[in-house]
Design a binder for this molecule. Structure first.
Ligand code: FAD
Length: 475
């Protein structure tokens, strides 16, 4: 067990404070079952002859007639042209919203993957759309190139990431889809389009973030940068200090983000900056041990907020807790073995810290919560459905352990995010439909018309997309 977890567990005893708690209350809280009644970690049982699919966290489920994995683009065209079935493309299944589920055909692009070509002069790289981010980043590294930024994990596919405006953090760094120079799209009629800003400006602006609603993307040409190393600093700090300094630190550092540890008053900040010297490499992460420690702290002392905070203050390390350097792609993305559900809203930068103050207070009042909140910065781009297309935004993400309730995301937190001008992450939990989205995105109706023209029969719609695009009668 890591020092952090043991220290958190022993913190209460060491402070001698547990004795101050009435035994009955301690037993009542300690015996509480925090799991939600409808939690089910198993794949759905499909009817005979059908298949089973669920997303990473298990809240999106389907028993499609088939999960097709075409070997080539030609095989994909044959699949589309030889049937009239409904189709939903899937990546790695890391979206929390119902973008992928289909009871008809789910199309897995895993076979259309890998680096196809790279231009050593321009750095333009052509990848199969089903390439997983860490494979893409590794292949670029072999050629002395890199992505300017990456999300928290790199298990998503290129198509899945770009289609939902997946982002990392960095006030001067836009989301992943901003690297797209061109893509190949197979439409619902089986037609192949080679799309770039020059060939079709509207389809290019719409297709970069397209939720798998315009067709199936088979290939991307992406801009890359020369490979670079980063220096990573992780520090534990009082939350108030983060409120006061976050804006300036986001501007001063290449990548800046913060995690608030609910109920503790403590935040972990992470900065990455360009590193030119020898690299240290990064030892295995202890993030999950910290998470289990926070859960233990909630399980034992969550009923008494003052006590939880006091123990955390005494047991959590202060100041710098990690100081390492390595290749950019080895540091920017890590792993998340402990599963969760998530809502993330992207707020105009001017609103971000005010909203953050509110939601951290609200989160502290919810004694059951232990999963950290994440705060990140993203630069603008111009894709029609990019949440970042009207200026820089601060993203606030809230998480609940995979087996615990998350309904309060919608009832308590989403209204606050919306009141502060937030736009939801397309792949993370939100309740918005066509009317709200039309109000949030100036190009939403243009996207909808383009979608209809490319897919007049609604073959790419499922119930979630029908809700987003006001197409209930066609799904
Ligand atoms: C542990 C975890 C960490 C995460 N970290 C981050 C993060 O740091 N930053 C962030 O912004 N998000 C993050 N996300 C969200 C995630 O990046 C997005 O939901 C992303 O879309 C998932 O990619 P995927 O390959 O799993 O795609 P899926 O979830 O399978 O699909 C996503 C969308 O892409 C479409 N799609 C897939 N392939 C194609 C194709 N070939 N053609 C057309 N459309 C296609 C699908 O139809 C769907 O609409 C995280 C999610 C998890 C579970």
């Amino acid at each position: 067990m890591s020092t952090t977890r043991r220290r958190l567990l022993q913190g209460g005893a060491a402070l001698g404070v547990a004795a101050a708690i009435p035994v009955g209350q301690h037993v009542a809280w300690g015996g509480k079952d925090f799991a939600r009644a409808d939690y089910n970690p198993d794949y759905p049982a499909p009817p005979e002859g059908e298949e089973s699919w669920m997303n990473w966290s298990g809240i999106q489920r389907a028993t499609p007639r088939t999960i097709a994995a075409p070997e080539t683009e030609e095989a994909l065209i044959d699949l589309i042209s030889s049937t009239q079935s409904s189709l939903r493309p899937k990546g790695s299944g890391h979206s929390f919203t119902g973008l992928v589920p289909s009871e008809d055909t789910i199309v897995d692009l895993a076979n259309l993957s890998g680096l196809k070509a790279i231009d050593s002069e321009t750095g333009l790289a052509r990848f199969g759309a089903g390439t997983v981010l860490f494979q893409a980043a590794g292949a670029l590294d072999d050629h002395g190139r890199a992505f300017p930024n990456l999300p928290d994990i790199a298990d998503q596919t290129l198509a899945g990431s770009c289609s939902t405006a997946t982002h990392g953090t960095g006030a001067r760094l836009p989301a992943m889809h901003a690297q797209i120079e061109a893509f190949r799209l197979v439409t619902a009629s089986g037609e192949v389009r080679n799309v770039s800003a020059a060939s079709d400006g509207d389809l290019f602006a719409a297709g970069k973030v397209s939720l798998g609603a315009l067709g199936i993307i088979t290939e991307y040409t992406l801009a890359t940068v020369p490979a670079y190393n980063l220096h990573r600093l992780v520090a534990a700090e009082p939350l108030q200090q983060v409120f006061d300094s976050a804006e300036a630190r986001a501007d001063e550092n290449r990548n800046f983000e913060a995690y608030y540890l609910p109920g503790t008053g403590v935040a972990a900040t992470i900065t990455h900056n360009i590193h030119d010297g020898e690299i240290t490499g990064r030892p295995p992460s202890e993030d999950d041990e910290l998470l289990l420690g926070l859960k233990d702290l909630r399980d034992s002392f969550g009923w008494w907020p003052w006590l939880r905070r006091k123990i955390a203050g005494a047991a959590l390390p202060g100041g710098t807790v990690e100081d390492v350097s390595d290749a950019s792609w080895r540091l920017l993305s890590t792993t998340r073995p402990i599963r969760f559900n998530e809502m993330e809203y992207h707020l105009p930068r001017a609103e971000g810290i005010a909203a953050l103050r509110k939601v951290t207070t609200m989160m502290d009042r919810r004694k059951q919560v232990f999963f950290p909140m994440e705060i990140r910065f993203t630069a603008p781009d111009d894709a029609w459905l990019s949440p970042f297309n009207d200026g820089p935004r601060i993203s606030i993400a809230i998480h609940a352990a995979v087996d615990e309730p998350y309904e309060y995301f919608f009832s308590e937190f989403e209204p606050v995010f919306r009141a502060h001008g937030g736009r939801p992450h397309w792949g993370k939990l939100h309740s918005l439909g066509h009317d709200e989205l039309t109000g949030l995105y100036p190009e939403f109706e243009s996207f909808r018309e383009l979608r209809r023209s490319l897919d007049p029969d609604g073959r790419l719609l499922n119930p979630h997309l029908a809700e987003l695009f006001g197409e209930a009668e066609r799904a």
